[in-house]
Write a protein that binds this ligand. Sequence first.
Ligand code: BES
Ligand code: ZN
Length: 668
Amino acid sequence: MNASEFYRLNKFLLVFLLGWLVTSCNFRQGRKIGGNGVKVSTKDAHSYANTHEVKTTHLHLDLEVSFKHKNIYGVARHTLKNLSGTQKAIFDSKQLLIQKVTLGKEGKERETGFVIGPMDKDSLLGQPLIVDLEKSTTQVNIYYQTTEKSTALAWVDANQTESGQFPMMYTQGQAIHTRSWIPLQDSPSNRFTYSAKIHVKPEFLVLMSANNPTAKNTKGEYAFSMPQAIPSYLMALSVGDYAYHAYTDKVGVYAEKAVMEKASQEFIALPKMFEAAQKLFGPYQWGKYDLLIQHKSFPFGGMENPKLSFINPTIIAGDKSLVSVIAHELAHSWSGNLVTNESWEDFWLNEGITVYIEHRIMEELYGKETVQMLETLDYMELMHELKNIAQSNHPKDSRLHLSLKNRDPDEGMTSVAYVKGALFLKSLEKTLGRDKLDPFFIAYFRDFRFKPMTSEGFENYLKTTLLEPNKFTFNSNEWIYLEGLPKNCYIPHTNKLEAMKTLAAKTNRGEDIFAPVNKVKWVEVVPKNTRRRNQNPRFKKVTYQEKLDVRQYGTQEWQYYIRSLDPTLPVEVLNDIDQYMSFTKKANAEIKYEWFLVNIKRQNKTVYPALKEFLKATGRRKYILPLYEALCTNPSDKPWALSVFKEAKSGYHAIAQQSVAEIFSKKP
Ligand code: BES
Ligand code: ZN
């Protein structure tokens, strides 16, 4: 750190501390929410922003990304619309250092007063940043820098990337992390357009949830525009040494050069998905749609950042068997990105509708049976989840509309939102027919595009435009506001997975389903030198060996097979299965994950070296959290798991690290 940087940092710290001191004396009035006396937004229990009084309509970022300091610094310029004549604008901020705040257009700025409220007691919401406005203010500029505690940011060292040459960084905003890299009104109820100028060293390409470059430039300066209004959680930035592959002039994929070949092959169906989605749900509203293959530490399967979905590299299975995740993120271009849950309590509106659309896209491309497998697997997970929720501290979490006050919005991220949400719509489809439901959705996305939506709003629209005109009765109220699954729930089924259940039942009974079996057949004996069929044919007995053709089954079938195995099977049987199937070594992440879970339950140490490799190779929360949890239920495995975590940790995103650490700190 040189002298001027040292000075700058200290100045930041000073302003930060002063802000804190002032506010801890000042914030005594008002309703105490979040333990710090500042009211949360009327629409959103997870934001302090007073968007009902004053709101950002456009955001311009001028930022420098420093890999040396692992921080981002610069200015966030908010264009505001003052709705009530208020003299205070409240922004969300978390783990940011605020240097100064000015009013007015660039070049004609003057400093204004601000205070930073104290952190809420669970450090969930962060700190309200309260800025003094003048009546005529239309522009607030916040000079800031991120810190090492900014939860939205992941910094990946060069040696952790595929190329090993250059570091990488990316952001993850959903649900309430954007405030840790940009001071803004961090509520999905508000939308704004944005533009940005991002400065990096020339070896990097910068990508955002905006109109993107397809190649590097020599200056390391990138300009972005996002003319469609988005909610704050969809702000996204990724910096790395990326290449681009265009499928068409509308869709393509970004990835590190080393994975581009595989990635572009794997997602070759993207143009077809893109067409199918529009045919079903109306025109795509965002210009281009690209994928960015993220670093392996990326904590989710995918994230629907507009124009540029971030995709976990575990989706590249080699056989295109996990592309439903792509259909899912693409589907969010309608449900979520176009019509957005107003608060995280209606997260099901984002995810449930998206799973429904995902499955419709998959059906267009791969047929009904493929979707039946996906939904059967989902249904199994939901059953498991409902059981857990019923026994938890929050038994009401099996409702679609949630109550998340004073709770982390991530707690709403269960299969209830995803699977129960989709089942609601599938049950509706069964009652009404697609000829009624499809036009309903096209109209829904047209009428509410670029707007927030609530459960109440959705139900009203459903009733007034679809149910009442057609004289249908449907228990939408029960689906949205009550626990568990209503009686009219559509229950998925497929013969393909039934066949796997039968196979698993054989394994459970002790049969070796993979071993060759001796079979007998009778074949006609045709005497030599005759071509004609014999009037009185003679047959002879032939014995031969038959083996189960395992290649006829795909990823979803094996997932179902593994899940149907008796959890008390002897370790020897598990090892025999592995001899034939090489689940431990060769399988894709989805199968490996299921396989490791079964083996951890039996403490089958033969798979532990591969399990360790797996835990080091991916940071996807959906895999690593249940695996660590399973390991921690075996007291003798816990120390081993901890040692693996210590090695793997640096390859996980901060939010994943925290979740895993919590698992270890739980009492057995
Ligand atoms: N938007 C979600 C990811 C998310 C949800 C991030 C809540 C942060 C908070 C994304 O669209 C998603 O649902 N991803 C899934 C994959 C999908 C196919 C079910 C995932 O990551 O597993
Ligand atoms: Zn989703």
